[in-house]
Design a protein around this ligand. Structure first.
Ligand code: NAP
Length: 329
Protein backbone atom coordinates (compact mmCIF):
# COMPACT_ATOMS: atom_id res chain seq x y z
CA UNK A 1 0.00 0.00 0.00
CA UNK A 2 1.43 3.36 -0.99
CA UNK A 3 0.70 6.62 0.82
CA UNK A 4 1.55 10.33 0.61
CA UNK A 5 4.41 11.85 2.64
CA UNK A 6 6.19 15.19 2.86
CA UNK A 7 9.68 13.85 2.22
CA UNK A 8 12.77 15.98 2.80
CA UNK A 9 15.93 15.27 0.89
CA UNK A 10 19.38 16.75 0.45
CA UNK A 11 21.03 17.04 -2.92
CA UNK A 12 24.33 18.81 -3.60
CA UNK A 13 24.15 20.35 -0.14
CA UNK A 14 20.68 21.80 -0.79
CA UNK A 15 17.74 20.69 1.35
CA UNK A 16 14.24 20.58 -0.14
CA UNK A 17 10.99 18.69 0.35
CA UNK A 18 8.53 17.13 -2.02
CA UNK A 19 5.26 15.31 -1.71
CA UNK A 20 6.04 11.71 -2.55
CA UNK A 21 4.36 8.35 -2.57
CA UNK A 22 6.08 5.77 -0.40
CA UNK A 23 5.49 2.42 1.28
CA UNK A 24 5.59 1.31 4.92
CA UNK A 25 8.79 -0.69 4.28
CA UNK A 26 10.62 2.52 3.40
CA UNK A 27 9.85 4.13 6.77
CA UNK A 28 12.43 4.21 9.57
CA UNK A 29 12.01 1.16 11.84
CA UNK A 30 9.57 0.98 14.76
CA UNK A 31 7.23 -1.47 16.47
CA UNK A 32 4.02 0.55 16.05
CA UNK A 33 2.43 1.52 12.72
CA UNK A 34 0.03 4.45 12.89
CA UNK A 35 -2.49 5.81 10.41
CA UNK A 36 -1.83 9.52 10.87
CA UNK A 37 -5.06 11.49 11.13
CA UNK A 38 -3.70 14.93 11.98
CA UNK A 39 -0.38 16.69 12.25
CA UNK A 40 0.47 20.36 12.61
CA UNK A 41 3.06 22.73 11.18
CA UNK A 42 5.53 24.05 13.73
CA UNK A 43 8.23 26.65 13.13
CA UNK A 44 10.74 23.80 13.35
CA UNK A 45 8.91 21.81 10.65
CA UNK A 46 9.11 24.85 8.39
CA UNK A 47 12.86 25.18 9.05
CA UNK A 48 13.32 21.46 8.36
CA UNK A 49 11.24 21.20 5.18
CA UNK A 50 12.70 24.30 3.55
CA UNK A 51 16.28 23.71 4.69
CA UNK A 52 16.28 27.20 6.26
CA UNK A 53 17.38 25.52 9.50
CA UNK A 54 19.56 22.47 10.04
CA UNK A 55 17.02 20.24 11.76
CA UNK A 56 17.16 16.83 10.11
CA UNK A 57 19.79 14.42 11.33
CA UNK A 58 19.57 12.21 8.20
CA UNK A 59 18.16 12.18 4.68
CA UNK A 60 15.72 11.39 3.22
CA UNK A 61 13.21 11.77 6.04
CA UNK A 62 9.53 12.62 6.38
CA UNK A 63 9.01 15.99 8.07
CA UNK A 64 6.67 16.53 11.00
CA UNK A 65 7.61 16.58 14.69
CA UNK A 66 4.04 15.76 15.82
CA UNK A 67 1.33 13.30 14.88
CA UNK A 68 -2.01 12.01 16.11
CA UNK A 69 -3.76 8.96 14.75
CA UNK A 70 -4.84 5.37 15.13
CA UNK A 71 -2.66 2.30 15.67
CA UNK A 72 -2.83 -0.07 12.70
CA UNK A 73 -0.39 -2.73 13.89
CA UNK A 74 1.65 -3.06 17.06
CA UNK A 75 4.39 -5.47 18.09
CA UNK A 76 4.30 -3.88 21.54
CA UNK A 77 1.90 -5.13 24.23
CA UNK A 78 1.40 -1.48 25.27
CA UNK A 79 -0.69 -0.68 22.17
CA UNK A 80 -3.29 -2.48 20.08
CA UNK A 81 -4.87 -1.80 16.67
CA UNK A 82 -7.56 0.85 16.98
CA UNK A 83 -5.90 2.74 19.86
CA UNK A 84 -5.97 6.51 19.47
CA UNK A 85 -2.49 7.85 20.11
CA UNK A 86 -0.14 10.80 19.70
CA UNK A 87 3.59 11.23 19.25
CA UNK A 88 5.30 14.53 19.95
CA UNK A 89 9.02 15.29 19.69
CA UNK A 90 11.29 12.39 20.69
CA UNK A 91 13.19 12.72 17.38
CA UNK A 92 10.05 12.42 15.20
CA UNK A 93 10.68 14.33 11.98
CA UNK A 94 14.31 14.87 13.01
CA UNK A 95 15.89 11.43 13.42
CA UNK A 96 12.90 9.28 12.44
CA UNK A 97 10.28 9.60 9.71
CA UNK A 98 7.77 12.15 10.96
CA UNK A 99 4.10 12.99 11.12
CA UNK A 100 3.59 14.90 7.87
CA UNK A 101 2.65 11.64 6.15
CA UNK A 102 -0.46 9.50 5.92
CA UNK A 103 1.32 6.67 7.75
CA UNK A 104 4.10 6.49 10.33
CA UNK A 105 6.12 3.74 11.96
CA UNK A 106 7.49 4.64 15.38
CA UNK A 107 8.97 3.20 18.55
CA UNK A 108 6.34 2.32 21.18
CA UNK A 109 8.55 4.13 23.72
CA UNK A 110 7.57 7.39 22.04
CA UNK A 111 3.84 6.70 21.69
CA UNK A 112 1.27 8.08 24.14
CA UNK A 113 -2.37 7.14 24.53
CA UNK A 114 -4.56 10.10 23.53
CA UNK A 115 -5.14 12.02 26.78
CA UNK A 116 -8.70 12.40 28.07
CA UNK A 117 -10.23 15.67 26.88
CA UNK A 118 -8.40 15.68 23.54
CA UNK A 119 -8.90 14.10 20.15
CA UNK A 120 -6.45 13.98 17.24
CA UNK A 121 -7.48 17.36 15.89
CA UNK A 122 -7.23 19.17 19.24
CA UNK A 123 -4.01 17.40 20.16
CA UNK A 124 -2.46 18.70 16.95
CA UNK A 125 -3.93 22.15 17.54
CA UNK A 126 -1.61 22.06 20.54
CA UNK A 127 1.24 20.02 19.01
CA UNK A 128 4.81 20.77 20.00
CA UNK A 129 3.91 24.47 20.25
CA UNK A 130 1.27 23.88 22.93
CA UNK A 131 3.30 21.24 24.69
CA UNK A 132 6.27 23.61 24.87
CA UNK A 133 4.14 26.40 26.29
CA UNK A 134 3.03 23.96 29.02
CA UNK A 135 6.61 22.81 29.61
CA UNK A 136 7.72 26.42 30.06
CA UNK A 137 4.99 27.19 32.59
CA UNK A 138 5.72 23.91 34.39
CA UNK A 139 9.40 24.83 34.74
CA UNK A 140 8.51 28.34 35.92
CA UNK A 141 6.04 27.09 38.52
CA UNK A 142 8.48 24.45 39.75
CA UNK A 143 10.75 27.41 40.36
CA UNK A 144 8.18 29.41 42.29
CA UNK A 145 6.31 31.37 39.59
CA UNK A 146 2.97 32.57 40.90
CA UNK A 147 0.48 35.20 39.69
CA UNK A 148 1.39 37.40 42.70
CA UNK A 149 4.89 37.89 41.30
CA UNK A 150 3.51 40.17 38.61
CA UNK A 151 2.70 40.11 34.91
CA UNK A 152 4.20 37.52 32.59
CA UNK A 153 5.43 38.77 29.23
CA UNK A 154 4.89 36.47 26.23
CA UNK A 155 6.88 37.36 23.11
CA UNK A 156 6.18 36.09 19.59
CA UNK A 157 2.66 36.23 20.96
CA UNK A 158 0.62 35.51 17.84
CA UNK A 159 2.57 32.35 17.00
CA UNK A 160 1.71 28.82 18.06
CA UNK A 161 3.67 28.75 21.32
CA UNK A 162 2.70 32.31 22.16
CA UNK A 163 -1.04 31.95 21.64
CA UNK A 164 -1.29 28.74 23.68
CA UNK A 165 0.93 30.20 26.42
CA UNK A 166 -1.32 33.29 26.72
CA UNK A 167 -4.47 31.20 26.93
CA UNK A 168 -3.07 28.87 29.63
CA UNK A 169 -1.49 31.68 31.68
CA UNK A 170 -4.73 33.70 31.63
CA UNK A 171 -6.78 30.70 32.77
CA UNK A 172 -4.34 30.12 35.63
CA UNK A 173 -4.81 33.67 36.93
CA UNK A 174 -1.67 35.32 35.56
CA UNK A 175 -1.69 38.84 34.22
CA UNK A 176 -0.35 38.56 30.67
CA UNK A 177 1.47 41.12 28.55
CA UNK A 178 1.49 39.86 24.96
CA UNK A 179 4.27 41.28 22.78
CA UNK A 180 3.57 41.08 19.08
CA UNK A 181 4.94 42.78 16.00
CA UNK A 182 1.59 42.52 14.23
CA UNK A 183 -1.16 44.93 15.36
CA UNK A 184 -3.65 43.13 13.12
CA UNK A 185 -3.63 40.26 15.65
CA UNK A 186 -4.06 42.32 18.82
CA UNK A 187 -7.80 41.53 19.06
CA UNK A 188 -7.04 37.82 18.64
CA UNK A 189 -4.49 38.01 21.48
CA UNK A 190 -6.91 39.86 23.75
CA UNK A 191 -9.56 37.21 23.02
CA UNK A 192 -7.09 34.61 24.33
CA UNK A 193 -6.84 36.48 27.63
CA UNK A 194 -3.95 38.93 27.23
CA UNK A 195 -4.45 41.91 29.56
CA UNK A 196 -2.15 44.13 27.50
CA UNK A 197 -0.98 43.75 23.91
CA UNK A 198 1.81 45.87 22.49
CA UNK A 199 4.90 45.94 20.31
CA UNK A 200 8.33 45.48 21.85
CA UNK A 201 9.02 49.20 21.29
CA UNK A 202 5.86 50.19 23.15
CA UNK A 203 7.17 48.36 26.22
CA UNK A 204 9.94 51.01 26.31
CA UNK A 205 12.59 48.66 27.65
CA UNK A 206 15.87 50.20 28.73
CA UNK A 207 19.27 48.94 27.64
CA UNK A 208 21.11 49.06 30.97
CA UNK A 209 22.38 45.76 32.44
CA UNK A 210 19.79 46.08 35.18
CA UNK A 211 16.61 48.10 34.71
CA UNK A 212 13.53 48.72 36.84
CA UNK A 213 11.92 45.37 37.75
CA UNK A 214 8.56 45.36 35.94
CA UNK A 215 7.74 41.77 35.06
CA UNK A 216 7.11 38.71 37.19
CA UNK A 217 8.25 36.37 34.43
CA UNK A 218 8.76 35.94 30.72
CA UNK A 219 7.99 33.28 28.11
CA UNK A 220 10.26 34.19 25.24
CA UNK A 221 9.98 32.88 21.70
CA UNK A 222 12.23 35.33 19.91
CA UNK A 223 15.66 35.46 21.64
CA UNK A 224 18.31 38.12 20.93
CA UNK A 225 18.06 41.67 22.22
CA UNK A 226 14.42 41.24 23.29
CA UNK A 227 15.32 38.42 25.66
CA UNK A 228 18.33 40.31 27.04
CA UNK A 229 16.25 43.42 27.76
CA UNK A 230 13.41 41.47 29.35
CA UNK A 231 15.89 39.73 31.67
CA UNK A 232 17.06 43.12 32.88
CA UNK A 233 13.44 44.13 33.68
CA UNK A 234 12.45 40.94 35.54
CA UNK A 235 11.48 41.31 39.20
CA UNK A 236 13.15 39.64 42.18
CA UNK A 237 13.18 35.81 41.81
CA UNK A 238 11.21 35.91 38.55
CA UNK A 239 11.58 33.21 35.90
CA UNK A 240 12.40 33.73 32.25
CA UNK A 241 11.74 30.73 30.01
CA UNK A 242 13.79 30.71 26.82
CA UNK A 243 11.93 28.81 24.11
CA UNK A 244 12.73 30.22 20.71
CA UNK A 245 14.92 32.12 18.31
CA UNK A 246 12.41 33.66 15.89
CA UNK A 247 14.47 36.87 15.97
CA UNK A 248 17.94 35.65 16.91
CA UNK A 249 19.80 32.75 18.47
CA UNK A 250 22.17 35.16 20.18
CA UNK A 251 21.98 36.38 23.75
CA UNK A 252 24.19 39.17 25.09
CA UNK A 253 23.46 39.77 28.75
CA UNK A 254 25.24 40.33 32.06
CA UNK A 255 25.14 38.35 35.29
CA UNK A 256 23.37 41.19 37.14
CA UNK A 257 19.74 39.94 36.83
CA UNK A 258 20.91 36.57 38.17
CA UNK A 259 23.20 37.62 41.01
CA UNK A 260 21.40 40.79 42.16
CA UNK A 261 17.75 39.76 41.67
CA UNK A 262 17.80 35.96 41.78
CA UNK A 263 16.24 35.88 38.32
CA UNK A 264 16.30 32.41 36.71
CA UNK A 265 16.79 31.82 33.01
CA UNK A 266 15.13 28.47 32.35
CA UNK A 267 15.87 26.38 29.28
CA UNK A 268 12.92 24.72 27.58
CA UNK A 269 13.65 21.82 25.25
CA UNK A 270 10.59 19.93 24.09
CA UNK A 271 12.26 17.35 21.81
CA UNK A 272 14.07 15.54 24.58
CA UNK A 273 11.71 16.18 27.49
CA UNK A 274 11.67 13.00 29.67
CA UNK A 275 8.73 10.75 28.77
CA UNK A 276 7.20 10.76 32.29
CA UNK A 277 7.02 14.55 32.36
CA UNK A 278 5.81 14.62 28.75
CA UNK A 279 2.88 12.32 29.65
CA UNK A 280 2.08 14.30 32.80
CA UNK A 281 1.91 17.57 30.84
CA UNK A 282 -0.20 16.12 28.03
CA UNK A 283 -2.69 14.84 30.61
CA UNK A 284 -2.82 18.37 32.02
CA UNK A 285 -3.26 19.84 28.53
CA UNK A 286 -6.39 17.74 28.14
CA UNK A 287 -7.77 18.79 31.53
CA UNK A 288 -6.88 21.70 33.84
CA UNK A 289 -4.52 23.40 31.37
CA UNK A 290 -6.64 22.76 28.27
CA UNK A 291 -6.72 26.15 26.52
CA UNK A 292 -10.29 27.42 26.64
CA UNK A 293 -9.91 29.04 23.19
CA UNK A 294 -8.11 26.08 21.57
CA UNK A 295 -10.63 25.89 18.72
CA UNK A 296 -9.91 29.56 17.89
CA UNK A 297 -6.15 29.02 18.02
CA UNK A 298 -6.58 26.75 14.95
CA UNK A 299 -6.38 29.43 12.26
CA UNK A 300 -6.25 27.04 9.29
CA UNK A 301 -6.62 23.39 8.44
CA UNK A 302 -4.90 22.18 5.26
CA UNK A 303 -4.62 18.86 3.47
CA UNK A 304 -1.27 17.08 3.49
CA UNK A 305 -1.11 17.77 -0.25
CA UNK A 306 -1.31 21.52 0.51
CA UNK A 307 1.48 21.94 3.09
CA UNK A 308 4.28 23.25 0.84
CA UNK A 309 3.40 26.97 0.72
CA UNK A 310 2.66 27.04 4.46
CA UNK A 311 6.31 26.41 5.41
CA UNK A 312 7.54 29.66 3.88
CA UNK A 313 4.49 31.55 5.12
CA UNK A 314 5.30 30.54 8.71
CA UNK A 315 8.97 31.54 8.43
CA UNK A 316 7.99 34.81 6.71
CA UNK A 317 5.60 35.66 9.59
CA UNK A 318 2.52 35.45 7.39
CA UNK A 319 0.64 33.00 9.62
CA UNK A 320 -0.63 33.16 13.17
CA UNK A 321 -2.02 30.71 15.71
CA UNK A 322 -1.77 27.07 14.67
CA UNK A 323 -2.07 25.45 11.25
CA UNK A 324 -3.16 21.83 11.46
CA UNK A 325 -2.87 19.23 8.73
CA UNK A 326 -5.39 16.57 7.72
CA UNK A 327 -2.96 13.80 6.77
CA UNK A 328 -5.57 11.65 5.02
CA UNK A 329 -6.22 14.28 2.37
N1 NAP B 1 12.59 25.02 22.72
C1 NAP B 1 11.68 24.24 22.18
O1 NAP B 1 11.55 23.07 22.51
C2 NAP B 1 10.77 24.81 21.15
C3 NAP B 1 9.53 24.22 20.87
C4 NAP B 1 8.65 24.86 19.98
C5 NAP B 1 9.05 26.04 19.35
N2 NAP B 1 10.30 26.53 19.61
C6 NAP B 1 10.74 27.80 19.00
O2 NAP B 1 9.90 28.81 19.50
C7 NAP B 1 9.67 29.81 18.51
C8 NAP B 1 8.18 29.95 18.29
O3 NAP B 1 7.68 28.74 17.71
P1 NAP B 1 6.20 28.70 17.11
O4 NAP B 1 5.92 27.31 16.71
O5 NAP B 1 5.29 29.42 18.03
O6 NAP B 1 6.43 29.59 15.79
P2 NAP B 1 5.40 30.55 15.03
O7 NAP B 1 4.02 30.01 15.17
O8 NAP B 1 5.94 30.81 13.69
O9 NAP B 1 5.48 31.88 15.91
C9 NAP B 1 6.65 32.65 15.99
C10 NAP B 1 6.25 34.07 16.33
O10 NAP B 1 7.44 34.81 16.60
C11 NAP B 1 7.28 36.14 16.12
N3 NAP B 1 8.35 36.41 15.15
C12 NAP B 1 8.56 35.81 13.96
N4 NAP B 1 9.64 36.32 13.35
C13 NAP B 1 10.13 37.27 14.19
C14 NAP B 1 11.23 38.15 14.14
N5 NAP B 1 12.05 38.16 13.10
N6 NAP B 1 11.41 38.99 15.18
C15 NAP B 1 10.59 38.99 16.25
N7 NAP B 1 9.52 38.16 16.35
C16 NAP B 1 9.30 37.32 15.34
C17 NAP B 1 5.92 36.23 15.46
O11 NAP B 1 5.01 36.72 16.44
P3 NAP B 1 4.39 38.20 16.33
O12 NAP B 1 4.21 38.48 14.87
O13 NAP B 1 3.14 38.14 17.12
O14 NAP B 1 5.42 39.12 16.94
C18 NAP B 1 5.56 34.79 15.17
O15 NAP B 1 4.19 34.56 15.15
C19 NAP B 1 10.47 29.36 17.29
O16 NAP B 1 11.74 29.97 17.32
C20 NAP B 1 10.60 27.85 17.49
O17 NAP B 1 11.73 27.33 16.84
C21 NAP B 1 11.15 25.95 20.47
Amino acid sequence: MNFLACRVNEQDGKVAHQLAQMSIDELTPGDVVIKVEFSGINYKDALAATGRGKILKRFPLNAGIDLAGEVVTSESSAFAPGDKVLVNGCGLGEQFDGGLAAMARVSSEHVMAMPAGLDGRLAMALGTAGFTAALALHRMQENGQHPDKGPVVVTGASGGVGSVAINILASQGYEVIAVSGRPEHYDFLKSLGANQVCSIDELELGAKPLEKGRFGGVIDNVGGETLAKLLAHTHLWGNVASIGLASSHELATTVFPFILRGVSLLGVSSTNCPMDLRRELWVKLGQSWKPAQLANIITDEVALSEVSPVFDQILDRKRFGRVIVDCQR
